[in-house]
Design a protein around this ligand. Structure first.
Ligand SMILES: [Ca+2]
Ligand SMILES: [Ca+2]
Ligand SMILES: [Ca+2]
Length: 235
């Protein structure tokens, strides 16, 4: 569920006047991640063993606040393996409000349960909604839980803790003879913000900080984004 901070004035209807526009999340490419034909190509190899798309979550977001999480993925080389690909939920376990050494991760594995390997190659596969599922895809080992855990128990262990960062990770180059694993991702949904990694086609996509969410091309500001849309749609 999106967090909306509503400050109630004393006996007034201040809340009704507060614009209820949550800022869009901004995806950050990490390691060998690149935009490729309107998707993100996550490569794990000798150069970049760990590739990811990373979202720093708004201050005060708890694990329980995360209302949706899903992605379409396509294993192009070689397979799902060794817990890759996965979502990685960074929990502020030391309660200091920032990324620090005392944090812990919950992992949410993709691919066929329970091995999380044997993915169908060169095929777009939807993860389905991962929030609220009963399937034991949540690895809460770092928080004192188990490798095969449920969403419900992840909430028991850390639901009220701050969720600092959501990442989708590919890092199993070590598991393959050629030392390389490649997975494409698209239509990534993090807490209701859906990223299709396509360029903007409408000026409205540039507004309300929307310009910050585009990775190919990258924009300097809203005006830069609007100019791009206009240039692509001269009529
Ligand atoms: Ca911390
Ligand atoms: Ca390979
Ligand atoms: Ca796309």
């Amino acid at each position: 569920m999106k967090k909306m901070k509503i400050v109630l004035g004393s006996g007034t209807i201040a809340a009704a006047l507060t614009p209820l526009v949550a800022l869009a999340l901004t995806p950050l490419l990490f390691g060998g991640a690149v935009i490729d034909s309107g998707a993100v190509k996550l490569v794990s190899d000798g150069t970049d063993p760990f590739s990811a798309v990373v979202f720093n979550m708004p201050d005060g977001t708890t694990l329980a606040d995360l209302g949706s999480l899903s992605v379409d993925f396509n294993v192009t080389d070689d397979d799902c393996y060794g817990g890759s690909p996965r979502f990685q939920l960074r929990i502020d376990n030391d309660n200091d409000g920032v990324i620090s050494a005392g944090d812990k991760n919950i992992f949410v594995y993709l691919g066929p349960h329970p091995s999380f390997s044997g993915c169908t190659p060169n095929t777009w596969t939807p993860s389905g909604e991962l929030i609220g599922i009963a399937e034991t895809r949540y690895d809460t080992g770092q928080l004192g839980g188990t490798f095969y855990d449920t969403y419900a128990n992840a909430l028991v262990l850390a639901g009220s803790k701050e969720l600092l960062r959501v990442s989708i990770v590919v890092d199993s180059n070590w598991g393959f003879a050629d030392g390389e694993q490649t997975i494409l991702i698209d239509n990534l949904n993090v807490d209701g913000d859906v990223f299709d990694f396509n360029p903007p086609t409408d000026k409205n996509q540039c507004k309300k900080d929307g310009w910050q969410s585009f990775l190919s091309p990258v924009f300097k500001n809203q005006g830069d984004c609007v100019s791009f849309v206009v240039s692509q749609n001269p009529n």
